[in-house]
Design a protein around this ligand. Structure first.
Ligand SMILES: [Zn+2]
Length: 64
């Protein structure tokens, strides 16, 4: 077995970025959450990664 995986052990398994100790073995909360949510099923949306749908909704819903 080749032992050249040394660097990979310190990288995020999702995106390959250097991982953070706080979120190990991932690089960020986003990657950690994404992996966590994947356990619940692909049907579940990932709010941490997807931009909020209400971004474009400005003055809608305010009727006087
Ligand atoms: Zn990552």
């Amino acid at each position: 077995m080749p032992n050249n995986n040394r660097a990979d052990r310190r990288t995020c398994p999702l995106c390959g970025d250097p991982r953070e100790e706080a979120f190990k073995p991932f690089c960020s909360r986003g990657c950690r959450d994404r992996d966590l949510l994947s356990w619940f099923g692909e049907t579940y949306r990932v709010p941490a990664v997807e931009p909020p749908e209400g971004s474009l909704a400005g003055e809608q819903g305010e009727e006087d």
